[in-house]
Ligand binder design. Structure first.
Ligand code: P6P
Length: 339
């Protein structure tokens, strides 16, 4: 019947978050309002990314961001959209963006109790060739009342109250955790709503895929080199793992979350802290992995235990299936033991 084609009990992200909120009777709905503004930003960027090829938005804006990379128009646009959406939510007090050298302190009249760290368009170097890119965000609850300072965001990732990403690919998928599991929502463009499509995502305990830029192999340290060698030439008679590396963190992490395996951006001689940024790449993805039953490691400690000292600080990261990360932790521990 035609009616069967339409699920009538649509679980939209708004409904889902309000259901979550109802578990906290004392909640005033601030988080729900904050999230609705993040969702608005994602819808806007999704539409802009999809039109980019046609609207010739692609191309250098001529400016360079704090990373010294040439900013593409979509980067600039996405950053402006998220900053404006987050400020207008009236629920934030500090914003840290990959695109802005300094943190943004929201004016008093619009201040709220959340701090949002985000990469508005991660993987943007892939825009021109149509590879999936995404927005990554993490949310801290800052102490009420006191004048916010950068110190409020230089906190370990385990202090985050929520984290997520929105992937702009063949479909627009928003994956979110607010501390009780991970859920995925897919944008239905005909409704303009994110619908729950991946309830309670759990990452497989062990995977068959490893994901790393093998082009950096010359500069890896011993534990990483040994681990990748084991992926390719297993000693225990198991089959070699497959290598999948897209070079866009949101796409590589999304595949890891759904299929299992390990995603790595290790330290190397050229970049002793790896490449990925702690606040708005490593922490949000590590938060999601732990919430989905996986784990995340820096080569030294649990990634979420790291205490950043600078807002654009980098860290090596190994994240994904619990058992796969355990293996590389053992190799780093063995090196530690030798040392
Ligand atoms: P490499 C994209 O520029 C990015 O920040 C992440 O999205 C991605 O995982 C990584 O860098 C890719 O870096 O050095 O392998 O090209």
């Amino acid at each position: 019947h035609a009616a069967d084609a339409y699920r009538t009990d649509l679980m939209t992200i708004t409904r889902f978050v309000l259901n979550e909120q109802s578990k906290y009777p004392e909640s005033r709905g601030d988080f729900s309002i904050l999230l609705s503004h993040i969702v608005l930003g994602c819808k806007f960027v999704c539409s802009a990314v999809n039109k980019a090829g046609l609207a010739k938005l692609i191309g250098l804006a001529g400016e360079t961001n704090v990373q010294g990379e040439e900013q593409k128009k979509l980067d600039v646009l996405s950053n402006e959209v998220f900053v404006k959406a987050l400020v207008s939510s009236g629920r934030t007090c500090i914003l840290v963006s990959e695109e802005d050298e300094e943190a943004t302190f929201v004016e008093h009249s619009k201040r709220g109790k959340y701090c949002v760290v985000f990469d508005p368009l991660d993987g943007s170097s892939n825009i021109d060739c149509g590879v999936s890119i995404g927005t990554i965000f993490g949310i801290y609850l800052v102490k009420d009342g006191a004048e916010p300072t950068v110190g409020d965001v230089l906190k370990p990732g385990k202090n985050m109250v929520a984290a997520g990403y929105c992937m702009y690919g063949s479909s627009c998928t928003l994956v979110l955790s607010s501390g009780s599991g991970v859920n995925g929502f897919t944008l239905d463009p005909s409704l303009g709503e994110f619908i729950l499509t991946h309830p309670d995502i759990r990452i497989p305990k062990k995977g068959k895929i490893y994901s790393v830029n093998e082009g950096n192999a010359k500069n890896w340290d011993e534990p990483t080199r040994k681990y990748v060698e084991r992926c390719k030439f297993p000693q225990d008679g198991s089959s070699p793992k497959s290598l999948r590396y897209i070079g866009s963190m949101v796409a590589d992490v999304h595949r890891t979350l759904l299929y299992g395996g390990i995603f790595m951006y290790p330290a190397d001689k050229k970049s002793p802290n790896g490449k990925l940024r702690v606040l708005y790449e490593v922490f949000p993805m590590s938060f999601l992995m732990e919430q989905a039953g996986g784990q995340a490691f820096t080569g030294n400690i649990r990634a979420l235990d790291l205490v950043p000292t600078k807002i654009h600080q980098r860290s090596p990261v190994f994240l994904g299936s619990y058992d796969d990360v355990e293996e590389i932790k053992a190799l780093y521990a063995a090196q530690e033991g030798k040392a």
